[in-house]
Design a protein around this ligand. Structure first.
Ligand code: FES
Length: 129
């Protein structure tokens, strides 16, 4: 658990994705228009490499001959059998209440330098790890 640094923002420009091994898990991190999302790279259907799939949008039909396109770049299609997931939530488009892939929170923060408290006693310096 905890947060894990994966890359610099400049290494993941808008429209790109990368797959990382984080604490033993394969996780895909996506930059969609400057917003970052992360999903487990394992499809809940048959374990396919979900995060290698194509990103697109959602086509909804209100009535015959009518359709509406939305969520451009936020719907991830598994490369094995085509199941689709919303990368914001990990929920499957076809059955959002029951089928989902793990979605992880992503934050962008300044790099953090590690510091340690130092105590000086009788001319001896100790570093406390
Ligand atoms: S393994 Fe992903 S749709 Fe089948």
């Amino acid at each position: 658990m905890g947060k894990h640094p994966v890359c610099r923002v400049s290494e993941l420009p808008p429209g790109s994705r990368r797959i990382f091994e984080v604490a033993g898990r394969s996780i895909g991190v996506f930059n969609v228009g400057g917003r970052f999302y992360a999903l487990r790279n394992r499809c809940p259907h048959q374990g396919g490499p979900l995060c290698l799939g194509r990103l697109s949008g959602l086509v909804l039909a209100g009535a015959p001959g009518e359709h509406q396109y939305s969520d451009d770049g936020l719907i991830l299609r598994c490369p094995w059998h085509g199941w689709e997931f919303d990368i914001r939530t990990g929920r499957a488009v076809i059955d959002p209440q029951k089928t989902r892939v793990k979605a992880y929170r992503v934050t962008v923060e300044p790099p953090r330098a590690e510091t340690y408290p130092v105590v000086v006693e009788d001319q001896v310096v100790y570093v406390h790890l």
